[in-house]
Design a protein around this ligand. Structure first.
Ligand SMILES: Nc1nc2c(ncn2[C@@H]2O[C@H](COP(=O)(O)OP(=O)(O)O)[C@@H](OP(=O)(O)OP(=O)(O)O)[C@H]2O)c(=O)[nH]1
Ligand SMILES: [Mn+2]
Length: 187
């Protein structure tokens, strides 16, 4: 029966995704976005994964899992050991590539993103492109609490420098990002 075959593959994929979503939801449970509505933080990693599946047409399950988990180590007490134990070494390595070291000064972290973008793996580049696209769209939608108009513009300018190092990875996301940069006169 064909349903047996279908079930084998797709139920495994669904299980992996629900496991990631559940893990990230628990880890981010006390966090909110900085928008005026205090949106739950988990909307961001889920939205990043949704950009990858719906717009970028990415089907690599490791990339989608890494997208859902991408801010857990950076922004919560989650460790890379936990990620590796629950989700394996491939997903863990993608998450590691897109995780900033929050012990470094902000200026250094921002410079390192620009420096590391061109040499990162294709999988990490996909997650980074979707992360930037989500955050820039979010900035268009609402200005985060305590952010000045100038800070918003600086974020666009810095993002363009990171994105320039990620090019040649996914036309759909790069075109969408370029539209946003153009609207802001960022080049
Ligand atoms: N646009 C927007 N961003 C918000 C909001 N709430 C939280 N953020 C987060 O803020 C981060 C960008 O703010 P910054 O001040 O530049 O960065 P920092 O957290 O590293 O200090 C993003 O982190 P990130 O996802 O790790 O990406 P990255 O920009 O550090 O690469 C983004 O997810 C919101 O309401 N709108
Ligand atoms: Mn993020």
């Amino acid at each position: 029966m064909s349903s047996v075959n279908n079930n084998d593959n797709s139920s495994n994929t669904v299980e992996k995704l629900i496991k990631c979503i559940n893990f990230a939801a628990i880890k981010h449970k006390d966090q909110r976005r900085l928008d005026p509505e205090n949106t739950p933080y988990i909307n961001h990693p889920i939205g990043v994964a949704y950009i990858l599946t719906e717009e970028a047409k990415v089907t690599d399950i490791d990339v989608i899992q890494a997208a859902i988990l991408h801010d857990t180590v950076e922004d919560t007490k989650t460790t890379f050991e936990e990620i590796e134990t629950h989700f394996g070494s491939k997903v863990c390595s993608i998450v590691a590539e897109v995780t900033d070291d929050k012990t470094l000064p902000k200026e250094t972290r921002k410079a390192l993103q620009i420096e590391h973008a061109p040499t990162s793996s294709r999988e990490a580049k996909l997650v980074k492109l979707a992360d930037k696209l989500y955050n820039l769209r979010d900035l268009e939608r609402a200005v985060p609490r305590k952010w000045t108009v100038d800070r918003v513009q600086q974020y666009f300018c810095w993002s363009k420098k990171v994105v320039d190092g990620l090019r040649g990875t996914n036309k759909c996301m790069e075109d969408n990002l370029d539209c946003l940069f153009k609207k802001r006169n960022v080049d």
